[in-house]
Design a protein around this ligand. Sequence first.
Ligand code: HEM
Ligand code: PLO
Length: 492
Amino acid sequence: RPGSEARASIPCLPRVPVLGSLPWLGGGLPPHLLFCQLAQRLGPLFALYLGPHYTVVVNGHQNAREVLLHRGRDFAGRPRMVTTDLLTRGGKDIAFADYSPRWKLHRRLVHSSFALFGEGTGRLQDIGALSPSLHFSSSVDGLCVQLLSGGTRGFDPAPAVIRAVTNVVCTLVFSSTYRHGDAELQEVVRYNDGIVQTIASGALVDIYPWIRVLPNKVLSKLKDCITVRDRLLTRKLEEHKASLSDGEPRDLLDALLKGQSGSRRGQRSRGSEGESITDDHVLMTAAEAFGAGVETTSTTLLWILAYLLHHPEVQDRLQRELDEKVGAERAVSVSDRSQLTYLDCVINEGMRIRPVSPVLIPHTAMTDSSIGGHSICRGTRVLVNMWSIHHDPQHWDKPDLFNPDRFLDDRGQKVTPTCFLPFGAGPRVCVGESLARLELFLFLSSLLQRMSFRLPDGAPLPNLQGQLGVVLQPLPFKVVVTPRPGWENGAK
Ligand code: HEM
Ligand code: PLO
């Protein structure tokens, strides 16, 4: 069998029944670091058993590009897992759904709906709106005002950042913007946090599905959060259905509902009813836009703030660039983006040094295929260790150093190294990439234009190790915020 040859050729950890290779994974290191350690011993491509599942771990960028890009179709499957099945009603979302014609249709629909909020439309910019009436409710202004009201005592910026990013996603998904302290916004923040906490600690459940039958506090908390989420989103969906008109979609829910009827028409003409996008799909997509949109963007922003506290010279240089290219008279706008090169490098360096997803969501081989000349049989799980790729000393000079200049060449022009893949690549590449980049740009540029961040007197520098849950998060840290000239109130 080709499968048995493949298993012989890729170095593989030993295993015991039921536990798989678990006894050889001791030491308590998080997976991305453990895999780096194992790669030193076994080589960049190795295998292990997660419970009963034969799993190949990819550490080098060439092999990763092969899996994600060159043979992307072969490896575009996803394994089924207990927690994500609960989260997504058995894979009716994008991220955790297995590859299928319906998934392709669904992903395309989501992609084109996101394009509605992209750069060209100015829609996202409305979130940092210039109109005075929107000042307080707009997320960017709101965040600036809130941070600046933190006073001179040190405070944790995370709650304000998470709330602001959640607000942006609420605007995009169902056109709601919330004022500070709004009960519905709090509810969204709370249930999302509950899912984040439980889905990662529920990882064990995914390796041993039979634990599902045991009483499990984690699983019941996850279920409770999902119930709250579903109640809120179902209400939004019903409201949107009732007020849907023929005009331009107001938000993601409108775009999905319109696409849904479009795809049904398309299906009928092709006679394949089974593939249409159901209400469940619409609901799961909205839920996922929240999960993916909030966790990733807020975590990246917090990592960058943590690094700016470690590197005040980078903050100074960012502010010099902003003063030179934008000034203090007006708010930053999307059209400034091409001018703010150094800011772009800082965002890239933040995503390189602390990828939110240090090991990508597992892929599975949909057909017999190969990686680096080793054959891989259908059904094999593949873990791409983005951490090892972003910290490979052969491709990055002093990889543990925060150095945004590595994204500039000798002439000060931007460069994107081939081993920089913060959003993945190929058929499973992040669908929110352009949205995420735009948000990171708008938030960071506005924050640094209007205020400076420093450590509270006597406080320790932020811990940069982070804490691995569903994403890699910085541990809580404190900042002191001071307004820059002209921005004493946080907004104009
Ligand atoms: C997938 C990164 C923001 C939606 C992914 C993947 C990565 C990633 C690494 C997995 C690729 C793979 O499995 O091969 C990021 C980063 C972000 C970000 C670094 C921000 C800094 C967003 C936003 C959204 C989003 C704002 C949507 C609102 C998704 C979805 C998938 C995904 C739906 C699953 C794609 C699929 O499986 O086909 N993202 N993401 N992401 N991302 Fe993002
Ligand atoms: C975050 C908690 C939400 O309540 C549900 C959710 C949905 C999509 C997930 C996201 C969580 C975590 C980050 C993920 C995202 C899909 C793509 C993204 C895994 C679990 C990344 C970085 O790959």
